[in-house]
Design a protein around this ligand. Structure first.
Ligand SMILES: Nc1ncnc2c1ncn2[C@@H]1O[C@H](COP(=O)(O)OP(=O)(O)O)[C@@H](O)[C@H]1O
Ligand SMILES: [Mg+2]
Length: 360
């Protein structure tokens, strides 16, 4: 028997809908997951088996094949556990004969069948909306995060049993209220431009850079106030608009940095990475959603402090391939995170002494 559920995966900073198909056939008992499933997805077999058993259902002693489609898209993470379990229950006839509700299922399973939040729930819920389903079921702890996505009904569940009861129409899960966009609070502990003595040119340059979304490099000897002036920039950043706030929150959600109680971020991210930062740490690692300072600072602005030497590729990475302050870079040849960043930084020109090496 065949069954199909909808879930989603993260590609770059975007969610992509994934169909989870399960087939239960005669043959030696086994559970195989195909569809470019990474190691965390392969381990879902053990979590799903235990969760199904501990919720009072049974894993059929048959040959079970689970396919994650599109099969050529690499899948990572634990967010498919719930959909895989539900698909197996559907394919083994344990969801009854009633047609199941059309909803997306997102969440990691614990061995006892309870649901744990998975990183990127906000992006995954947005993917479910793009797949034109009307509702998405997520772990109760992620409800506020998923409910930041508009135009889709979000339902929080505590255990696999709750989800099954919802799918067969026995006990409906309550729909969560949409998470409001919080009011903006000015960042605290940030120096004020009014406290800077003199330096009218640098102050004016900072104001223009912030207002016009330009990058900025201050150059001068140590102790002249470059860092101080750049830090003032944080307090001048305007609050994120609603659309920007959702985008920034989505990136934080994928990076696993979101506060699940207050998931929508209103303050513009500001990063001050050290000048010895590596390329990967600045712009993000290549495989998977390991995001560096810059993507997390999407919608500006990572202040690069005191780079004494423009660090070749790293310096370029922060400021280079950008059209209209938007940046498109390929990861794994597929994901194209786009973001608007501007990079103020401080430079200290250092005298370069050319050493002469005489052969001894
Ligand atoms: N124009 C200025 N107005 C007020 N404080 C200043 C000014 N310039 C430097 N300072 C103070 O001097 C110290 C060193 O400044 P800093 O910004 O770290 O220098 P830089 O980054 O150019 O090496 C800080 O404590 C800063 O508050
Ligand atoms: Mg400094």
């Amino acid at each position: 028997m065949l069954s199909e559920m909808l879930s989603a995966t993260v590609l770059g900073v975007d969610g992509v809908p994934v169909q989870v198909e399960a087939d239960v056939a005669f043959g030696l008992p086994s559970l195989t997951i195909v569809g470019l499933a990474g190691s965390a997805v392969q381990e879902a077999r053990e979590r799903v088996r235990s969760a199904i058993r501990n919720c009072g259902f049974e894993v059929p002693a048959r040959r079970i094949t689970v396919n994650l489609a599109p099969a050529d898209l690499p899948k990572e993470g634990t967010s498919y556990d719930l959909a895989i379990a539900a698909a197996i229950l559907g394919a083994s006839g344990q969801l009854g004969l009633k047609p199941t509700r059309r909803c997306a299922l997102i969440g990691e399973l614990a061995l006892d069948g309870s649901l744990r939040p998975a990183p990127g729930t906000l992006a995954l819920a947005a993917a479910a909306r793009s797949a034109e389903v009307s509702e998405v079921v997520v772990p109760q702890a992620s409800v506020r995060e998923a409910a930041s996505v508009r135009d889709i009904s979000v339902r929080g569940a505590v255990t696999l049993g709750d989800v099954v009861a919802h799918l067969v129409g026995r006990r409906e899960l309550p729909a969560a209220e949409a998470t409001p966009i919080p009011a903006w609070n000015a960042p605290s502990g940030v120096p004020d431009l009014a406290d800077v003595i003199g330096q009218p040119l640098a102050r004016r340059a900072l104001e223009i850079a912030i207002a016009g979304r330009h990058s900025l490099a201050l150059s001068g000897p140590p102790g002249i106030g470059k860092t101080l002036i750049l830090r003032c920039g944080e307090g001048l950043l305007p609050p994120l608009e609603e659309r920007e706030a959702v985008e920034v929150s989505r990136i934080h959600s994928v990076a696993g940095l979101i506060d699940r109680r207050e998931p929508v971020i209103r303050t513009r991210p500001f990063r001050a990475p050290h000048h010895t930062i590596s390329m990967q740490a600045l712009v993000g690692g290549i495989p998977g959603p390991t995001w560096g300072s810059e993507p997390r600072a999407s919608r500006r602005s990572p202040a690069r402090r005191d780079a004494p030497v423009p660090r070749g590729r790293v310096g370029c990475a922060a400021a280079a391939p950008r059209v209209g302050n938007r940046d498109h870079r390929a990861r794994r040849g597929r994901a194209h995170p786009s973001r608007a960043v501007h990079a103020p930084g401080g430079l200290q020109p250092v005298p370069v002494r050319l050493a002469r090496f005489a052969p001894s």
